[in-house]
Design a protein around this ligand. Structure first.
Ligand code: ADP
Length: 403
């Protein structure tokens, strides 16, 4: 069985075709700049990479004007004689769509039908930057593949198990009941996947473990996973909360917004834009949102770059401590995503700062990138692990289960 996994952004579309017999991606790619000049498809089959740019498409009479043309181009690439991997679209048994927000309605993945589409549209209010693009991608697929089953896999679903004291904000209760303002949490597919994989690597039952998963990428979040269920997570009503991130500020005193509105004569939207796009390690360092650039600058003695790294490490440590308390213990701490998988220095700095929990980094084991393994010393009471995330595989697995 082959499953197509799609992740639609407002102007991009990421895809992977996964062969479920061996759970391997047999092709993947990315369409960028949908609807804009210079749109481009990068398609990979094994080690081969093919780039189909705007000019080539124009020459072939194809322009990526919208998500439907983007999906059509992806299907064309997958089924084409030269760069394709399947003979016809019929070989795709199902499509798994990443959907950012499922609100309180969805605590697990769901087969898409007209009722589900209605709920997804309602949830757009909660995720105006993401859900509309996800919905556009689903509709484009439905038009082109009307008989293929489609499944929605939500970033929020895994966190729906949080107890009320973890998800409620101390605002008037009606703000929750009438406006649905509460902690939802995101990156759920990734937290769930790496927690499962960590249990497998430890040879233990997930239902017996207390795990803290640290998804540290450009967007970053920490989750407390008790006996396989998310009981708390650092992102909140939106993905702006929690840790400092590439460009997002994470937790700040909410009164700062009113203060800045008066003091700097800024609108709420301008402040929102500042908190989402100009803050985090970019705002602190003034250099970049990419940790690699910041680390280089810090090595060259740039103090604000060092400050950004220190703040990030401090936030991760603080959340691990909080979640160890929330679960009244912790057995394993997992690092994943771009920074968590590739940056041994940040992993070591975080672990060194929480040695009171009984975890110590093994420098040799930690000297690795993107490989699932234990990175703490054998005598550690709490095990630290590196587990590469694979959200696409998780989406494909959930899609396969449902169909
Ligand atoms: P997202 O999916 O949120 O965009 P990723 O999980 O792909 O983010 O992570 C991307 C980030 O990972 C980059 O911005 C960079 O900061 C960080 N990163 C990747 N490789 C390294 C590395 N070798 N050292 C430090 N940071 C890295």
């Amino acid at each position: 069985m082959k499953i197509l996994v799609l992740n639609c952004g407002s102007s991009s579309l990421k895809y992977q075709l996964i062969d479920m017999t061996n759970q391997q991606a047999i092709a993947n790619g990315l369409v960028e700049r949908i609807g804009l000049p210079g749109a481009i498809l990068t398609h990979r089959k094994g080690a081969d990479k093919f780039v189909i740019d705007h000019e080539k498409q124009l020459a072939n009479g194809l322009v990526i004007t919208d998500h439907k043309t983007a999906v059509a181009l992806v299907i064309k690439a997958l089924t084409c004689d030269k760069i394709g991997i399947i003979t016809s679209m019929d070989e795709i048994s199902a499509v798994g769509h990443r959907v950012v927000h499922g609100g309180e309605k969805y605590a697990s993945s769901v087969i898409i039908n007209a009722d589900v589409m209605k709920v997804l549209n309602e949830c757009s209010k909660l995720a105006p930057l993401h859900n509309p693009a996800n919905i556009t991608g689903i509709m484009a697929c439905q038009e082109l593949m009307p008989t293929t089953p489609m499944v929605a896999v939500f970033d929020t679903a895994f966190h729906q198990t949080m107890p009320v004291e973890a998800y409620i904000y101390s605002l008037p209760y009606e703000i929750y009941t009438e406006h649905k303002v509460r902690r939802y949490g995101f990156h759920g597919t990734s937290h769930k996947y790496v927690a499962n994989e960590a249990a497998k690597l430890l040879g233990k039952n997930l239902n017996e473990l207390k795990i803290i998963t640290c998804h540290l990428g450009n967007g970053a979040s920490v989750a407390a996973i008790k006996h396989g269920k998310s009981v708390d997570t650092s992102m909140g009503f939106t993905p702006l909360a929690g840790l400092t991130m590439g460009t997002r500020c994470g937790d700040i005193d909410p009164s700062i917004i009113a203060y800045l509105a008066h003091e700097m004569d800024l609108s709420v939207d301008e402040i929102d834009n500042m908190m989402n796009k100009k803050s985090g390690v970019l705002g602190l360092s003034g250099i970049s949102s990419d940790f690699r650039d910041i680390e280089t600058a810090a090595e060259q003695g740039n103090q604000r770059a060092q400050l950004a790294l220190d703040v990030f490490t401090y936030h991760v440590k603080k959340y691990i401590g909080a979640y160890a308390a929330a679960m009244n213990g912790v057995d394993a701490i997992v690092f994943t995503a771009g920074l968590g998988e590739n940056d041994k220095v940040t992993r070591a700095n975080v672990i060194e700062g929480i040695s009171f929990l009984g975890v110590n980094i093994d420098a040799e084991k930690n000297n690795v990138r993107g490989q699932a393994r234990i990175i703490s010393t054998n005598d550690s009471k709490v095990t630290a692990l590196l587990i590469p995330t694979n959200e696409e595989l998780m989406i494909a697995q959930e899609t396969q289960e449902l169909i």
